[in-house]
Design a protein around this ligand. Structure first.
Ligand code: DI6
Ligand code: FE
Length: 347
């Protein structure tokens, strides 16, 4: 391939999304603009559970159709691998429906799609958290493992969702079934979950606005990736930033992702999240680029396969008409690779 002097970069990796969903949360967004917080909206019956109704009402095929335009937006910006979580079904059949829809997506678009099971995203209406977690552990996890619908499980540890003990029980069960662990920790409060998830071998801890020294030390010791989600920080009008200096000092690998979801990050643009990681969180352009390639691959347990231009890796790469990589963090909007190669083939 004659690149004509263009910049050659690995295909981008969006390692944290909830991109498969139905409906929208526009009404909540209006409340948010008027000053209501995400936790207040969630407690008033909005939030994750309102998307659950829409997802339950949609067929697998409808979920695929509604998700494809969002994936196409990511793909056009040079994303060749996208991770997508379940977590809007919140019962056995609907969580499996989501994961089957996620599995069907690559038949329609030239991208790798990595599924993650996050049954422990919220307790559905009419169930206690305890009863629901039993269902996740006893029914959903074994079904996901048996049908091989995902090889990684995630959990939302937060005062509006699940607690430390739930994380420990999920991790134990997942390990028995040979499933890898990731965790949403420290988004709205520090519940001690980041260090615990790292000790339990989590591939990544994601969000991390609220974390401390012991968390960073545990992440470094266990090779846990810190996945930063600045678009969510922006959409929630948060002010408390992830402690970047702490993460750097301990040598924790940093990744950057969109968190694309209808409630807290309706952002179908990894380049936008990368821009925000630079300007809002203070990552250097080199950190941002590693965060959307090499370290994002690591958060997915796919280092050595994607996220780098090196022998033995998939030939996922893009050509950009830019003078240097840092230009990806400069112009906001309108950047696209001139050529996209997926598994060695131009798409
Ligand atoms: N944290 C988030 O920011 C998203 N999920 C999560 O665990 C929000 C998902 C939603 O509000 O629909
Ligand atoms: Fe998330």
């Amino acid at each position: 391939v004659d690149a004509g002097g263009r910049l050659l970069l690995p295909g981008l990796v969006d390692c944290h999304t909830h991109a498969l969903y139905a409906g929208d949360r526009m009404a909540e967004h209006v409340l948010k603009m008027q000053g209501m917080s995400y936790a207040e909206i969630a407690k008033a019956g909005g939030g994750i559970v309102s998307t659950v109704q829409a997802v339950r009402a949609a067929s697998e095929q409808q979920l695929v159709e509604q998700t494809l335009p969002r994936l196409e937006a990511l793909r056009a910006e040079g994303v060749t691998t996208v991770e997508i979580k379940s977590g809007y079904g919140l019962d056995l059949d609907n969580e499996l429906k989501m994961l089957r829809a996620i599995r069907a997506l690559p038949r329609h678009i030239a991208m790798d799609v990595v599924p993650t099971f996050i049954g422990a995203h919220a307790a559905p209406k009419g169930t206690t958290r305890e009863d629901y977690l039993e269902l996740v552990l006893e029914r959903m996890l074994p079904a996901v493992a048996e049908e091989r619908l995902a090889d990684t499980v995630d959990i939302y540890v937060e005062h509006i969702a699940f607690d430390l003990h739930d994380l420990e029980r999920l991790a134990e069960r997942a390990a028995k079934l040979g499933l890898k662990l990731r965790a949403h920790t420290g988004q709205l409060s520090d519940m001690g979950a980041t260090r615990r998830a790292a000790e339990l071998g989590a591939l990544s801890c994601d969000h991390l606005e609220f974390m401390g020294e012991a968390d960073a030390a545990a992440m470094a010791a266990h090779g846990t990736v810190a996945v930063l989600l600045p678009a969510t920080f922006y959409f929630l009008k948060e002010t408390h930033k992830p402690p970047l200096e702490l993460l750097r000092r301990h040598g924790v690998p940093l990744a950057v992702a969109t968190d694309l979801n209808p409630g807290t990050a309706p952002v179908a643009s990894l380049l936008t999240a990368m821009h925000m990681a630079g300007l809002l969180f203070g990552l250097t352009p080199a950190e941002v680029l590693a965060g959307a390639t090499r370290n994002a691959a690591r958060a997915l347990g796919r280092q050595g396969k994607i996220g780098a231009l090196a022998p033995g890796h998939d030939a996922d790469f893009c050509l950009w008409d830019l003078p240097a990589p840092e230009f990806l963090c400069y112009q906001l909007g309108g950047l696209k690779p001139s050529h996209i190669f997926f598994k060695g083939k131009r798409t």
